[in-house]
Design a protein around this ligand. Structure first.
Ligand code: TYD
Ligand code: MG
Length: 474
């Protein structure tokens, strides 16, 4: 093969330069130059590429055969669920998350899980880390109780940050799974940029992908996320890999959520719920209940919402606090919910339901550090705000869900029946929901009274307890 050279290529006009510059001289774009390896194919390679190998021509759709994708189960039910049944040999999975959220813990547990499955047949797992030393990995493994297990023998650690070394070992020794923690610490030969730069990250991932596809090895890449929540490194990395998972949660709370943002071998609807404990990430027996908080007495400013994460119903407590603004502009602080949505609901409440918050600070959050961005959370948020302002608790045993329109009207949410069944299972006996419109409403659920209300005002009437303590049961 001809010698590879590194060039700085503009990502918007594809012009290449010898040196990095802040602005592309060809198209004027700022910060668009990325170090890239240019491989000029030799003359013999160019002619060889022309001939098509037999059996590689176009095939009609009807003649394509259905192949069962083989899977490597990770052995952690919640992870397998999100992956769609396990890792696919030859595929790349990117796991992103904020520092300290538990990525290294999760992948080490996954390494042991896969190793336990493949070790009987002589298979093993390679854990490559550019972030920690072998001793640090050992400490973590000891804490997770993975050293004594027979699987502990089948996980082999490589502490290196040279991606060619890792890819070389993988190509030669053929582990069932290669884990790279993290892709931002890897450097590829031939590039001059520092580890973590766009060019390095992309080239490192490409080299690992070559080995993965050629040898049928599953690869998990750990990636850091930037402050704004996107995966650091190029967007191209997300296009390149087969699945993008993100590990979310609040660092100082125990609950973690694993979501799939992209999955070529499964649904992106599934979420996994974990708890970070003394011995790593553990699955929860009843995830639907995980985000609920037990209260001694009904408290104003709180309501339970049956949300739907993919196909999984999660009951979550929405909390709000409303307090008179001391001076200046009122604050609107949201955590776990969309701040724009909160601002909009404050406006709708004042115009359509007579709940004026113009001179109040407003704080809203979800219990347990969960983040939910479904529109169905509108109604619970509005209820929590009204409940806090009026100091009237929500009637005990009530859940509420629904999208709120600008006119104060309520709009239907998807999967209502599934949400309500879960609420009934967890002991709630009343649900305030929007009218079903053209879609079929939920069938009767034993033990659950379903109250359909058309507007925000009617919903508030139905859920807030009366000042005299009596309940507006209808
Ligand atoms: P880590 O997996 O190192 O996070 P990341 O790789 O995403 O940066 O784990 C981070 C935190 O998890 C760390 O502060 C310690 C805590 N932890 C536990 O609570 N229990 C455990 O069993 C382990 C291994 C870590
Ligand atoms: Mg780590």
């Amino acid at each position: 093969m001809a010698k590879a050279q590194s060039r700085y290529v503009c990502q918007s006009c594809a012009e290449s330069f010898l040196r990095w510059e802040g602005q592309c001289r060809a198209c004027g774009a700022w910060n668009s130059l990325v170090e890239t390896l240019i491989r000029e194919p030799s003359r013999s390679e160019r002619t060889a590429a022309r001939a098509i190998a037999p059996g590689l021509g176009p095939v009609s759709l009807a003649d394509l055969r259905e192949t069962d994708v083989p899977r490597l189960p990770v052995g952690i039910g919640e992870v397998d669920r999100v992956l769609g049944g396990g890792l696919v040999p030859g595929s790349l999975v990117l796991i992103g998350g904020e520092p300290g959220i538990g990525k290294s813990t999760l992948v080490l547990q996954a390494a042991a899980g896969v190793a336990a499955g493949v070790s009987a047949a002589g298979g093993w797992v390679m854990y490559a880390t550019g972030e920690e030393s072998g001793a640090q990995v050992r400490l973590r493994a000891a804490r997770l109780g993975l050293l004594d297990a027979p699987a502990g023998r089948a996980v082999r650690v490589v502490a290196a940050s040279d991606v060619d070394e890792i890819a070389g070992v993988a190509a030669q020794e053929r582990p069932a799974l290669v884990i790279v923690d993290s892709i931002q610490t890897m450097t590829a030969g031939g590039l001059d940029g520092p580890a973590g730069s766009v060019g390095q990250v992309r080239e490192s991932a490409l080299r690992l992908m070559e080995v993965a596809k050629a040898r049928g090895i599953a690869v998990i890449l750990v990636g850091h996320v930037t402050k704004d929540g996107s995966l650091a490194g190029p967007k191209t990395l997300e296009h390149l890999v087969d699945a993008v998972l993100s590990l979310e949660g609040e660092r100082y709370a125990a609950l973690r959520l694993l979501r799939a943002a992209k999955n070529r071998f499964g649904s992106t609807e599934e979420v996994g719920v974990f708890e970070m404990g003394e011995i790593g990430l553990a699955e929860l027996a009843d995830p639907a209940r995980a985000f609920l908080v037990e209260h001694e007495r009904p408290a104003s400013g709180s309501v339970v919402a049956p949300t739907l994460e993919g196909s999984r119903p999660l009951l979550v407590e929405v909390q709000a606090l409303v307090a008179p603004t001391a001076y200046g502009t009122p604050r609107r602080t949201a955590s776990g919910v969309d701040p724009n949505r909160l601002a909009l609901l404050v406006a709708v409440l004042s115009r359509r339901a007579g709940i004026g918050l113009a001179s109040h600070d407003v704080y809203a959050n979800l219990a347990g550090g969960l983040t939910v961005d479904e529109p169905g959370l509108d109604l619970p948020l509005a209820i929590a705000l009204a409940s806090s302002l009026r100091d009237r608790p929500v009637v005990a045993g009530t859940v509420a869900i629904g999208e709120v329109g600008l006119l104060g009207e309520l709009r239907a949410v998807t999967g209502l029946e599934r949400r309500l069944r879960e609420a009934a299972r967890l002991g709630f006996d009343r649900a305030v929901v929007p009218p079903h419109g053209r879609t079929a409403g939920p069938s009767a659920i034993p033990g659950l009274e379903v109250v359909c209300v058309p507007t925000l005002g009617a919903a508030l009437e139905a859920v807030l307890s009366r000042p005299d303590g009596r309940v507006a049961r209808g």
